[in-house]
Design a protein around this ligand. Structure first.
Ligand code: GLN
Length: 531
């Protein structure tokens, strides 16, 4: 039977609960345990797929084609857990299912209520993952902050689960902020006390309190938090700010968090061993002295979270090449204003990520042209590939104003057009070409040099696609089609014949990169971008 760790958060949002959950997963895996991680998101959207990046940050895509919270990206980067659509539970999903059952007459005349029907649905969703993925430990992160109205049914569900399962089978970790007040020169425990107080009002008693802090916590502070929050001093775990998120598992190990979890849950397992992680990831991160400069040209540049997996995958590529990464975030609208030279002349490589909508699109095309003409390494992802095709059509093949029909319905040269299967799509939620699809790679290509394989599986999230009508003319002019999805003959990868490294893909390689196993395209892109 699986055991459960419930992770809640208090005081403020953006505490790094996701990184904490992922790090706990990493630590338990390093003890030989099999883990999975679930994210519960209290919003009413069924999934984040319909949300603007300004609302939600990146939408992470799983192999089975679910559009999920970006925390699932952290879970997959830190652990070997194979996440599915069931690993992200939202209020929207829960209500959708309960209301569908109600309409079908499933509740046999009963009044359908939050308790027990919504809470049962949440509990069943959590237990289903445990049963299907056959793991030793299920980590469940509850999104939002304790005290949010939306989060209450989830908290009630985990309260019930803990009661049903007993304390050997389920524990609660509460992540809080212990702020340092500069003017007073003091660390403050009151917000933590209040947030634990709020948790206890709804019947949840934390077993462990993880305290995010910028200064080390003294023994007295830990004792005080322990006393006021009703946990042992050793269960007050300081999580001090670190430079790089990949250090967090090591910090938590030093504070003996995993040993405590093992004891509380009575787990039978080996000692934790992070040596590979420390040698392959952390040491390399610190030791690298040479720098690689990469420009990411997009329209959500101001937002930390919008290109999360891209930034992480670039970091992994840098780790694999033993170099320090500097990411220059360039707003494509600035390129429209100033031209590419001003923003791109000081970088070693240019990456154009995925995106939707026409704003800033001409800036992306100008950036791609610059990389192509200057022989600067270029990686185009999804919309980045589509724009690379439009740029090549316009400026090499003479198809002036070639475009994607997403941005110009009446373009004379629709080099990117709606996928056939998308033409009948009416509803926007979950209806793109999503998840892992096979791609066959031509041997004589840069793509093959990177992957060293002829068949790969990569994750997708798009509605538009390269228009095969233009394959011939583009090929004649020097564009190489190096990867295809066999069914329907869809173009998945393009590259340039006469360029040091210009590769673009319709899929999202960033979702499958890990710190200790950089994605081959990112590894190669970084390698060629070192100047
Ligand atoms: N907007 C483009 C499409 O739907 C690209 C999507 C993306 O970059 N994820 O095909």
């Amino acid at each position: 039977m699986s055991k459960y760790i419930f992770i809640t958060g208090g005081v403020v949002s953006s505490l790094g609960k996701g990184i904490t959950a992922a790090s706990v997963g990493k630590l338990l895996e390093s003890r030989g345990l099999k883990v999975t991680i679930i994210k519960c998101d209290p919003y009413i959207n069924v999934d984040p797929g319909t949300m603007n990046p300004y609302q939600h940050g990146e939408v992470y895509v799983t192999d089975d084609g679910a559009e999920t919270d970006l925390d699932l990206g952290h879970y997959e980067r830190f652990t070997n857990a194979k996440l599915t659509r069931d690993n992200n539970i939202t209020t929207g999903k829960i209500y959708y299912s309960v209301i569908t059952k109600e309409r079908a007459g499933h509740y046999l005349g009963k009044t359908v209520q939050i308790i027990p029907h919504i809470t049962d649905e949440i509990k069943n969703g959590i237990k289903k993952v445990a049963a299907h993925q056959k793991v030793d430990v299920v980590i469940v992160e509850i999104g939002g902050t304790v005290g949010d109205i939306e989060g209450l049914p989830f908290l009630e569900a985990i309260r019930q689960l803990r009661l049903e399962l007993g304390k050997d089978y389920a524990i609660n970790i509460h992540v809080t902020l212990v702020p340092y007040i500069k003017s007073a020169g003091e660390i403050k425990t009151k917000p933590t006390q209040h947030s634990v107080g709020t948790l206890r009002e709804i019947g949840i008693i934390p077993d462990i309190i993880a305290c995010r802090t910028e200064k080390p916590l003294s023994k007295e502070t830990r004792e005080k938090i322990g006393l006021f929050c009703n946990v042992d001093t050793e269960a007050v775990i300081p999580v001090i700010d670190v430079k790089n998120i990949y250090e967090v598992p090591v910090v938590l190990k030093k504070e003996c968090l995993d040993a405590l979890i093992v004891r509380l849950l009575n787990l039978r397992c080996a000692d934790s061993d992070l040596s590979v992680w420390e040698n392959e990831v952390l040491k390399r991160l610190k030791q690298s002295s040479r720098e690689v400069r990469i420009a990411v040209v997009g329209k959500y540049i101001a937002l930390q979270d919008a290109y999360k997996s891209i930034y992480e995958a670039l970091t992994h590529g840098a780790i694999a090449n033993g170099v320090k990464l500097y990411i220059k975030k360039v707003d494509s609208e600035d390129i429209e204003k100033d031209g590419p030279e001003k923003h791109l002349s000081d970088v070693g490589g240019v990456l154009v990520p995925g995106g939707f909508g026409g704003r800033g699109m001409e800036g992306k095309i100008a950036a791609i042209r610059y990389a192509r003409e200057k022989g600067m390494p270029f990686l185009g992802i999804c919309l980045g590939m589509q724009m690379a095709a439009a740029e090549f059509a316009r400026n090499v093949c003479g198809l002036s104003r070639a475009n994607s029909t997403e941005f110009d319905k009446n373009t004379r040269y629709p080099v990117i057009s709606l996928l056939e299967e998308q033409k009948k799509v009416k509803e926007m939620g979950g209806s793109m070409r999503l998840g892992a699809y096979e791609c066959r790679i031509n041997k004589d290509s840069k793509a093959y040099d990177a992957y060293r394989r002829e068949t790969i599986f990569e994750r997708h999230r798009h509605r538009y696609e390269f228009n095969n009508k233009y394959r011939e003319v583009m090929k004649k002019n020097g564009l190489i089609f190096s990867g295809f999805h066999p069914k329907g003959d869809l173009v998945e990868m393009i590259e340039l014949k006469t360029h040091p490294w210009f590769v673009a893909c319709q899929f999202h390689p960033e979702f499958k990169s890990k710190p200790d196993k950089a994605h081959p395209l990112f590894k190669e892109f970084i390698k060629h971008s070192i100047t």
